[in-house]
Every structure is written in C-alpha cells, then in structure tokens.
Design a protein around this ligand. Structure first.
Ligand code: 13P
Ligand code: SF4
Length: 309
C-alpha cells in the first residue's frame, strides 16, 4: 500500500525539490513554525535572507518582510503563502505622503521602520527594526534632525530612550499592539501579581510604562527564557507562545486581549496556512516581483541597517 503523504511531508518534499528555505516569523501558526528552517524577528529573518544561497525563499510572514528578502536576493524567487498578508503600519505611510513630508523637511534624515513598503524604503536613508531602532538612531549625529516613520509608539519609545529632541514622528500604528489597553494590563497584573511584564515597543506608552522589559519578539523570548522569574504577562502577538513554551516549558505565560479583535493575534500574519504554504511552493506564487531600479534604491537603507552590529 502506498504511504499516505501528510501536508507537512508534501511541504518538506517541495522544499527540497525547489532548493527552498522556509523563513517564519514568530507570529505564524505553530504548525508553520515547526516546518521552518529559521524562526525569528524581522531583523533576524532579514539577516537570514541576506545569507541565503539557494533558489527559493518561502517567506511565512507578512508582505513587507518578503519584499525585504527580495531586495536582498534580486535573482532569487521569493514567495509568500498569502498575498493578502499585509500590515497596518505599511498602509499608514503611503509613499506620496512621505515625499511631501520630506519636501517640508529637506534637511532631515529619514529613518524608516522595516514595516514599510519597498517604495517607502527606497525614499529612506536607513531602516530599523524594533530590535535595533535605538541603536540606529544613536548612530546618527546628535545634531542631525530625523524623520522617523511610520510607528508613533516605537518612535516615542526611541525618542525617550535616546533623549533626542530633533526627531519628528509619523502617526502610524499597529492594529494589534496599539489596541492593547493599559487598563487590561493592569487587570492582568492584579490577577497574576508575581508575573513580570514583557512588551513590544509598538504598544502604547501607558502600556510600556508598566513593562519590566521592552523589546522585539525575539528579545522578549530571550528575556523570558533566561530570567529567573516563573510567570510573565506578554504584550505582543500570541504566536510567540510556541517558542516560549518550547524553550521554557515550566514557566507560565499570559496574554492580554486587545480591543481590535479581543485577541492577541495579527490578522495579517494569520492569513498564512500550511495549505497555502504547500500551494505557494508548488506554483511559486504569490511571488514578490519588483522593478530592478526600485530594489536598488531600497537596498541601500536596508544594507546600512544590516551593517550595524
Ligand atoms: P519584530 O521585529 O519584533 O519581529 O516585530 C515585527 C512586527 O511586525 C511586530 O508587530
Ligand atoms: Fe503589522 Fe502589527 Fe501585524 Fe506586526 S502585528 S505585522 S506591525 S499589523
């Protein structure tokens, strides 16, 4: 009797045939993370894409992350399981509005969060992620004025951490993190009085003020796993629970529901499924395709960021 192939078997076989690497963000479904060659935050995944030497990158994350991988791999095929996997921060900053902002502030350096379209990246001087935003801003001479975009909460956090006054911040927000209410975090702290709080910097300032640790998705995981405490309240997307419970199975992790979906899941990230991953490896679509000239302009700010260690 012929062996019955599971969906996971099919994906692994296609991955081999296609000489593909499977990169997954921490916000993906656990079953997708399980099959990935690398799971990480947006900076780690961009670095993995930069080092890749195969033929196909299957990017299980959102579209802007796959675009970044394509910019770093113009000759390779980059696919995403679902083309609708967008991001509210990308939508918050259309490139024509950025151009208008730059015209009003021609002497400013543009620091863009990686959660932007490739067109916005091409108009930027340097990129940052939640992991290195403070480092990126500190790498710019203190008297050089900055336009920081598009996340207002990350921008305010970086401004506060660097003490920098000459930084103008765009008004965009993440629909998942910006809708975590401080009131619900306060309730969670009363329910779990010994729990420490780890938060992503896309959360509002009043949530961040209640946090014991602020960092990127991977930084939150590292901090919780290595900290001697046994119980944590996690103010980010609940996909991180997969790695947290694998690396610290005896610790307790609590998530707070936001006001957007009364959950803590990113609706864009969760569009990717195992079925769609199989199909995209089979048909090599949805595929990221970008004009050469646009990729060239976007590559400079990406590489400037990746050069910072
Ligand atoms: P990280 O850079 O922490 O992975 O965050 C990406 C993101 O989209 C957060 O919402
Ligand atoms: Fe974008 Fe927020 Fe989803 Fe991250 S969690 S991909 S910032 S919408």
């Amino acid at each position: 009797m012929p062996a019955i192939l599971t969906l996971a078997d099919e994906i692994l076989a296609l991955k081999r045939d296609r000489k593909a690497i499977l990169l997954a963000h921490h916000y993906q479904e656990a079953e997708v993370q399980e099959l990935a060659d690398a799971v990480g935050d947006s900076l780690e995944l961009a670095r993995k894409a930069q080092q890749f030497e195969g033929e196909v990158i299957a990017f299980c994350g959102v579209w802007f992350m796959a675009e970044t991988a394509k910019v770093l791999n113009p000759q390779r095929v980059v696919v995403v399981p679902d083309a609708e996997a967008g991001c509210s921060l990308v939508d918050a900053c259309p490139v024509d509005q950025l151009r208008a902002w730059k015209r009003v502030h021609p002497d400013h350096v543009v620091v863009s969060y990686i959660n932007t379209s490739v067109e916005v990246k091409a108009e930027s001087d340097i990129l940052c992620t939640s992991r290195n935003a403070v480092q990126v801003v500190n790498s710019i001479p203190p008297d050089q004025p900055i336009l920081f975009l598009p996340d207002i909460n990350l921008g305010n956090y970086v401004k506060q951490q660097t003490g920098r006054q000459n930084m103008s911040i765009w008004q965009g927000a993440c629909i998942v993190h910006a809708t975590f209410p401080a009131r619900r975090l306060t309730q969670a702290k009363m329910t779990y009085p010994t729990a420490l709080v780890a938060a992503h910097p896309e959360c509002p300032g009043d949530v961040l003020r209640l946090a014991d640790f602020i960092g990127s998705t991977s930084a939150i995981i590292d901090w919780c796993v290595t900290h001697p405490a046994q119980e944590f309240i996690i103010m980010t997307e609940s996909g991180v629970s997969h790695t947290l419970s694998r690396l610290a199975p005896r610790k307790k992790f609590h998530f707070v529901a936001n006001e957007q979906c009364n959950c803590s899941e990113c609706p864009y990230m969760r569009k990717n499924t195992l079925e769609k991953l199989r199909d995209c490896l089979q048909h090599l679509t949805p595929r990221v395709e970008l004009p050469e000239e646009l990729m060239e302009r976007a590559r400079r700010p990406v590489e400037r960021m990746l050069a910072l260690r």
